[in-house]
Design a protein around this ligand. Structure first.
Ligand SMILES: [Fe+2]
Length: 159
């Protein structure tokens, strides 16, 4: 049943909807991973990482809302249900329990870089189909790249 019409053609809506849905579940997943680390982190860098992880939560939640609302605007229902996120191939956090600061940094770099790569594929796929949805994903990629850099800087040694 079509309740919200789409400004796009059927094929373009489908492509945009898939790209937005894939990004939505990933953003929700990253926000959950970041909270899990935020709570279970231990080590000398606890304080700075604890705060940075909450920045990730805020950024990913805000983008998730924008991405989901763009999906509705092109006539595709977003699906952010827990079971949908859980059944997607998520980034994973490893085992439950304490996690060392170094492992958190490595984990976040891995997750953010992998997500950035998938975003780039979706961004390319939308060049023709829907540059407006593409623009939404570009904004997500820009923020995730920035956060990946900030975690990588903590893992690196100068010299
Ligand atoms: Fe907190």
């Amino acid at each position: 049943m079509t309740i919200i019409s789409s400004p796009l053609g059927e094929a373009e809506s489908k492509l945009a909807g898939e790209a937005l849905q894939g990004t939505l579940v990933e953003l929700i997943d990253i926000s959950l991973v970041a909270k899990q680390y935020h709570w279970n982190l231990v080590g000398p860098r606890f304080r700075s990482l604890h705060l940075q992880l909450d920045e990730i939560v805020a950024i990913t939640r805000a983008h998730a809302d924008t991405v989901a609302e763009r999906s509705v605007a092109v006539g595709v229902n977003p699906d952010g249900r827990a079971q949908t996120v859980a059944s997607a191939h998520g980034p994973g956090t490893g085992a439950a329990g304490w996690v060392a600061d170094k492992a958190v940094v490595q984990g976040m770099v891995r997750i953010l870089r992998a997500s950035g790569g998938r975003l780039r594929e979706r961004i390319s796929a939308l060049s023709e189909a829907d540059p407006v949805s593409q623009d939404v994903l570009i904004a997500v990629a820009r923020d995730l790249d920035k956060q990946a850099w900030m975690f990588e800087a903590q893992a690196a040694e100068a010299g």
